[in-house]
Design a protein around this ligand. Sequence first.
Ligand code: IDP
Ligand code: MG
Length: 159
Amino acid sequence: MGRMKKEATLIINIINIDTEPKMERSLVLIKPDAMPRRLAGAIVARLEEHGLRLAALKMLHMDKSLARQHYAIHQDKPFFEGLINYISSAPIVAAVFEGERAVEVIRKIMGTTDPAKAEPGTIRGDFGLDIEHNTVHGSDSSETAEEEIKLFFNANEIY
Ligand code: IDP
Ligand code: MG
């Protein structure tokens, strides 16, 4: 292939990568602090209002083993044991949402980890109580999302 043609092909490929819709899935957890405050429906609604498609939904009480697997990346952090106790303290809602760049979009709608720093209008900014009791979980990358989804849902529970 000539140099010009190679360069043209490269440019076309770059344009395609940039414009192709990136359909992703993300795991969302509505954490224990949200449930007694009757926020589950409002949180699902906020995500749906942004055009994200609900692909799976269930209520469950996480046991410590599932909690440790889900938060394994934080096992050496000082807050790990507290986090495991908290997330397994009461029933929660787990959901899979799908959409273009769903991981990034959901993280924006959730707001930053610490509710004190999260923007008003975000789920954590509006509803979060403190850095631990921050109302929602959303996967932090497409790869982690697929791993996390497998912990909570069988393939035949995802639509
Ligand atoms: P993320 O949920 O925004 O991705 P991570 O840093 O992955 O934040 O932390 C996972 C979860 O651990 C947080 O959502 C929060 O519930 C809890 N957490 C994070 N940092 C702290 C902390 O400094 N103290 C107590 N809990 C924390
Ligand atoms: Mg995280």
